[in-house]
Design a protein around this ligand. Structure first.
Ligand code: NDP
Length: 399
């Protein structure tokens, strides 16, 4: 039993909060703290009658002193960071100052450059070790479950993994011509950046959306997918011995891409501040304000997601292929926790990672990516908490 401090009260946090409350044997208390306290209070109002005791607080997670005061007051066993990637380092600083374990779902990204990588968080390794606390980085779906799948495949199916293709398919339809399934600012920064993949020990760069493939996904059907840079490639390249290539593909419909191109062409996706009526504004942040809130897509989204990894490598001297994936239904998620599947597939692993760190099943001390821990308890928990996985030994490969 233990207590989690959940920072953020958006789409992903909403699912994690529901799941912590369902899992009251592990989480006897949670504190929900975010910039807008009314959102935290709304969760307390909805879920506060159960066995998990809920408190709420207002916090600016860019401010280390405020975070330290909150952690000292609430005394959580783990801090689950479900705010935005910009807050990762301030929250890690506050965890260090208070010797509290840390879990997040996305790696640090400086607000002024659309560039994310692990170096800033890996720089905390020695300090977390010395403080005797554990940081678990990237406990969402991708990164997150994709790393757990990789560790599981290596442990149980292969002697050596040489190729990983991560395929992230969203077959859901929300009925809007253009909307993003999670935080629009983070989402658009991710998809408008250059693509890259890891091959033979180095990064290979592509133009945004340059590499397109078509894949027939179980329970979804044929979809166009595009090669993107994605953060788990960086850590898997270090943590999976014998790896030759890792690629990440995400599906996008034509309407999404056409809108995105148009928004890019008119400058709406830029993160360079501009002067507007005597005030500096960032076009992408303004765009976020006019787009539908991802949390509002839940009731409208129909269809399924299918996210997983195709592994190729060697077992007992022979070539082997193995596909591990999860299929998640948007409307089932909405019925259960009031969110669509993108938030669900991130919020469930966030709860599981926080539970395993909190109860000491996964412990350092130090700063770890998810594939560095034993995957088995996480794989069992996925089946138990709503993201059952499936496997295939004869998947179609991506050329
Ligand atoms: P939302 O925008 O829905 O929620 C973010 C929340 O963080 C909001 O409640 C927001 O407050 C709060 N917040 C933002 N800035 C601050 C601050 N300075 N202090 C306190 N609270 C703050 O985002 P999502 O729920 O969609 O995403 C949450 C995280 O999950 C992101 O880091 C995202 O990158 C990650 N993610 C990871 C995935 C994975 O598979 N690994 C997939 C999808 C998302 P307010 O309500 O006031 O705006």
């Amino acid at each position: 039993m233990g207590k989690a401090l959940i920072i953020g009260a958006g789409g992903v946090a909403g699912v994690a909060i529901h799941k912590c409350c369902q899992n009251s044997d592990a989480f006897d208390a949670i504190c929900i703290a975010s910039r807008t306290k009314s959102k935290c209070d709304a969760f307390k109002e909805k879920l506060g009658g159960g066995k998990t005791k809920i408190t709420t607080a207002q916090v600016d997670a860019d401010n280390v002193d405020e975070l330290v005061a909150l952690i000292e007051r609430e005394k959580p066993d783990v801090v689950l960071n479900l705010a935005l990637p910009y807050q990762d380092l301030t929250i890690m600083d506050a965890c260090l100052a208070t010797k509290t374990n840390y879990v997040d779902t996305a790696n640090y990204e400086p607000p002024d450059t659309a560039h994310f990588e692990y170096k800033w968080q890996w720089a905390y390794r020695d300090r977390f070790k010395e403080a005797g606390i554990t940081a678990l980085l990237g406990s969402g779906f991708d990164p997150g479950v994709t790393g757990v799948f990789s560790a599981y495949a290596l442990k149980h199916q292969f002697d050596e993994i040489n190729y990983i293709d991560i395929l992230d398919c969203n077959g859901g339809d929300h009925g809007y011509p253009f909307a993003t399934n999670f935080n629009p600012e983070i989402n658009i920064r991710e998809v408008s950046a250059k693509g890259s993949y890891w091959e033979d020990g180095k990064w290979v760069y592509t133009q945004p959306m340059e590499i397109k493939r078509v894949y027939d996904f179980d329970q979804v059907g044929e979809k166009d997918m595009y090669l993107l840079h994605h953060e788990e490639i960086e850590s898997l390249a270090l943590n999976i011995p014998g790896i030759k290539r890792i690629r990440f593909f995400m599906t996008f419909g034509q309407s999404y891409l056409t809108h995105l191109k148009c928004l890019e062409n008119v400058g709406m996706t830029s993160i360079e501040p501009i002067d507007f009526e005597g005030k500096k504004i960032i076009p992408l942040q303004f765009l976020k304000a006019v787009l539908p809130d991802p949390a509002s897509l839940g009731p409208r989204t129909k269809g399924k997601t299918n996210i997983g990894c195709i592994f190729r490598g060697k077992k007992d001297g022979k070539d082997k292929t193995y596909y591990l994936y999860n299929v998640c239904d948007h409307q089932e998620c909405y019925k259960e926790v009031g969110s669509q599947a993108i938030s669900y597939t991130t919020g469930v692993p966030a709860m599981i990672g926080a539970m395993l760190v909190m109860n000491g099943t996964w412990k350092g001390p130090g700063v770890f990516n998810i594939e560095e821990f034993d995957p088995d308890p996480f794989m069992d928990a996925l089946n138990k908490w709503g993201l059952p996985w499936q496997e295939s030994f004869t998947p179609k490969l991506v050329e």
